[in-house]
Design a protein around this ligand. Structure first.
Ligand SMILES: [Zn+2]
Length: 336
């Protein structure tokens, strides 16, 4: 309820439903005037402090999905007026638990009042509801056409996780929480390694390692927002009407600093000669990039309007670095 109340107060659901993207946790923290600093915390993911004034610390040593979940957890402590909390990996491990921890359930803390574990369970529940509310999961599922296939293929759930800005594991458990998959499906999904999922998307291209995320972009992502990290890879899978002479033109993409490491046409036996084919292009960028990704389908010899254009707004400057959050820095620069 606290998470839903804050969403209402921030009044950004309409904007998210118009442009896609995720719930910007760091922007929320900025908007409620909760001071936040990023630091290379050792042994901790984050902390909520309340004396002398409320404030939050989040680690720089973890990927963006963990930074976002930690920040949402600390925002939960703040929103629910909790006591100070030093948060380690436990906030991630607690995800699968549907109810209260055993120590609470067996009543052993009844005599001593509210056990500290309760506020940790509450802050985790807040983080899940705030980052991955039902309506946002549904928005992405509808836009991508995933509702019909369900959330079974690991590759689908991984793409959902990227769009929600959450880890693959947190996304699996959130789907259980929203009643969209069963616990046993979640366990099956979790037996798939993110590295295998990424390799499956990229094959036959092999990056030097599989730490970076791999976004599969299609026509369905046109006009949406992508919030990623600096070394993310992109697989563009686009229907191409090459029989009519139309080809996807990636000049604008290359002008934005992206390099194309694979470019192929998927073989299809079902279509007769001259029918549309699937063009599959793998793009990477060496520099943190924030702006538009745009590409057009056109006849190379004609200066006419393209028959299709896709534009995606991307922010590939994550994860958060030491100091202030990106959203706070940008707002200070604008004010200056
Ligand atoms: Zn906590």
């Amino acid at each position: 309820m606290a998470a839903a109340r804050l969403h209402q107060k921030l009044a950004w659901r309409e904007d998210i439903e118009a442009h896609g993207g995720n719930v910007d946790v760091f922007d929320a923290i900025h908007k409620v005037d909760l001071p936040l600093l990023l630091r290379p915390l050792k042994g901790l993911l984050g902390a909520y402090l309340s004396e002398p004034a409320p404030g939050v610390l989040v680690t720089t040593l973890r990927p963006m999905s963990v930074q976002r979940f930690t920040a949402a957890h600390e925002l939960g402590h703040f929103s629910m007026h909790h006591r100070p909390s030093l948060d380690d990996e436990g906030i991630l491990r607690r995800m699968p638990l549907a109810g209260l921890p055993d120590v609470v359930r067996d009543g052993s803390h009844e005599a001593t009042g509210r056990p500290p574990e309760i506020q940790e369970v509450e802050a985790d529940a807040f983080a899940v509801e705030f980052m991955m509310p039902r309506w946002l999961v549904h928005w992405h599922a509808t836009r991508q056409g995933w509702s019909s296939v369900g959330f079974r293929p690991p590759a689908t759930v991984y793409q959902l996780a990227l769009r929600l800005g959450a880890s693959y594991e947190a996304t699996c458990w959130t789907l259980v929480r929203h009643g969209l998959i069963t616990q046993s499906t979640a366990r099956q999904l979790l037996s798939a390694e993110p590295k295998e999922i990424k390799a499956g998307l990229l094959t036959p291209y092999r990056p030097s390692d599989y730490r970076s995320d791999v976004w599969l972009l299609t026509e369905r992502d046109a006009g949406t927002r992508i919030d990623g990290s600096r070394k993310d890879l992109f697989v563009l899978r686009l229907e191409e009407h090459s029989g009519g002479g139309y080809l996807w033109d990636f000049d604008r993409l290359k002008a934005s600093g992206f390099g194309i490491v694979r470019d192929e046409v998927e073989s299809s036996d079902a279509e007769g000669i001259g029918g549309p084919v699937m063009r599959r292009v793998t793009a990477v960028t060496a520099e943190p990039y924030r702006g538009r990704l745009a590409f057009d389908e056109r006849r190379p010899w004609e200066p006419d309007e393209p028959i299709a254009s896709i534009e995606v707004h991307v922010d590939l400057t994550g994860p958060e670095e030491e100091g202030l959050s990106r959203v706070e820095r940008r707002s200070l620069l604008q004010a200056a």
